[in-house]
Design a protein around this ligand. Structure first.
Ligand code: S3P
Length: 168
């Protein structure tokens, strides 16, 4: 069982920032799965979506998830990691602590629209209503893999990291 911490949650839940704060508090390195996908393929996530499609992206995502199974690290995942049964199984079977960073849809949406650094194909292609539906559908999947759930809507990144370390 991997003793690291895996962060799951919808786009805009703050996985990457919380991972950095956790890394500082635990001295474990951060592995950002989206960045690993980009370095492995030599392509950005939007390019993979536009040239190869979501199906292929999900395939690569699973391959990269398998690569980090034995890495003691803070692993920040993409929001769609829970979509496949295979990934959910890997998360449950291989990692001691999977944390769902949970908030209400409006919190995610505000952060997604304000974030000019990351281009998110799923968010760019969807209306606000469609994105809200996607978020609703995924809740049960995050819940299925989570050992710990943290409400991130009213806490700072450092508070989230501290609360998480207290509860595991
Ligand atoms: C996705 C979320 C993204 C990235 C890709 C697909 C999703 O990661 O993996 O654009 O399906 O929710 P973030 O959650 O880090 O934005």
């Amino acid at each position: 069982m991997n003793d690291g911490i895996v962060l799951v949650g919808f786009m805009g839940s703050g996985k990457s920032s919380v991972a950095q704060a956790l890394s500082q508090q635990t001295s474990l390195p951060v592995v950002d799965l989206d960045r690993l996908i980009e370095t492995t393929t030599g392509q950005t996530i939007p390019t993979i979506f536009s040239t190869q499609g979501e199906r292929e992206f999900r395939h690569i995502e699973t391959t990269c998830l398998r690569q980090v199974i034995n890495m003691p690290a803070i692993i920040s995942t993409g929001g769609g990691i829970v979509l496949s049964e295979e990934n959910r199984h890997i998360l449950k079977a291989s990692f001691k602590t999977v944390v769902w960073l949970q908030a209400d849809f409006d919190t995610y949406y505000k952060r997604i629209t304000e974030d000019k650094q990351n281009s998110r194909p799923i968010a760019n292609q969807s209306s606000k209503n469609d994105l809200a539906k996607i978020e609703q559908e995924r809740r049960v999947l995050y819940e299925a893999v989570a050992d710990v759930v943290i409400d991130v809507s009213k806490l700072t990144v450092n508070q989230i990291a501290s609360q998480m370390l207290e509860s595991i």
